[in-house]
Design a protein around this ligand. Structure first.
Ligand SMILES: [Zn+2]
Length: 307
């Protein structure tokens, strides 16, 4: 049984300014923590235009391409920057997610973890935002529906920030269930429980600052798992952010490493029950390097244990 780890060195060429939390050091902390594990190591391919066009309009791709600086770094929004290598890094992240879907649906892997950056869940249909350029998990979900013929895909986003971009990209498609847990109030400010989407396929769960593991586990088992189970997805996609960890500098939720084991194991158990264990997990946030490495390793250990 197999868990795939999908990454690429190009993801180290997305350079952000000194002091920016979404930095090269994140992957340099996480990937060594996954050394020696029983993983099928796969090189992330570049996403093709057709992949990106599943989620974004053509003029947006042109805008992003035209934004690549020849040198130095360029600011796209208050938080989002591009360096000469950023486009290729983002294409590896999206391409890696598409590859993960292909492998899991082909039975080449039981589940997969895509350890690429920049993250994707804040990128909206026509705007980069919050460190993100392309809606990676939304692209992966639409790829599974449009090209593999699946009828229902669920996305669970446990990053501490609301996945506003994913919601924007998928909420009009009733074949996709989008569930996000996030601290409120916190960036980006969206994700009120009243936002349920035009088809009722969005579930936003707001967390109070200071929420600890036991409370989060109850939310997972009492609210998230039943909702996903009732949707009967044929594939489960995770926006795996590790910034709800107690040590993360950007937020105030207090999960510990073992909570990420629990979250992952429970979601894997649900996937085993409803969709043959088929799960694709994509790295989003996580900005304390030690916490990212330790909780990310717990996440991958649980994927391996379930695979
Ligand atoms: Zn985040």
């Amino acid at each position: 049984m197999t868990t795939a780890l999908i990454t690429h060195p190009d993801c180290l060429d997305h350079i952000t300014p000194e002091g920016h939390p979404e930095r090269v050091a994140r992957l340099n902390a996480l990937l060594p923590a996954l050394e020696g594990k029983d993983l099928l190591r796969i090189s992330a391919p570049l996403a093709e235009d057709a992949d990106l066009l599943l989620a974004h309009p053509a003029d947006y791709l042109e805008t992003i391409r035209a934004s690549v600086p020849k040198g130095g770094i360029r600011q796209l929004d208050p938080d989002t920057w591009m360096s000469p290598g950023s486009l290729r890094a983002a294409l590896r992240a999206a391409g890696g997610a598409v590859k993960a879907v292909d492998m899991v649906l082909a039975g080449e892997a039981d589940n997969a973890f895509v350890a690429c950056r920049p993250p994707g869940h804040h990128a909206e249909t026509r705007s980069p935002m919050g460190f993100c350029l392309f809606g990676t998990v939304a692209i992966a979900a639409k790829h599974a529906l449009e090209r593999h013929g699946l009828e229902r895909v669920a996305i669970v986003d446990f990053d501490v920030h609301h996945g506003n971009g994913t919601q924007d990209l998928v909420q009009s498609d009733g074949r996709i269930l989008f569930v996000s847990t996030h601290q409120m109030p916190l960036y980006p400010g969206t994700g009120s429980p009243s936002e349920t989407g035009p088809n009722g396929t969005v579930l936003n769960i707001a967390l109070d600052e200071g929420t600890e593991g036991p409370a989060y586990r109850r939310i997972l088992t009492e609210r998230i798992l039943p909702r996903v189970r009732a949707f009967r997805p044929e594939l489960l996609i995770l926006s795996a952010g590790f910034d709800a960890h107690a040590n993360d500098p950007l937020a105030g939720i207090a999960l510990q490493d073992e909570d990420f084991t629990f979250i992952t194991a429970e979601l894997c158990g649900l996937a085993a029950e409803v969709c043959g264990g088929r799960m694709v997990s994509c790295l989003e946030g996580g900005y304390d390097l030690d916490a990212l490495a330790s909780s990310g390793a717990r996440h991958v250990d649980a994927l391996i244990a379930a695979g």
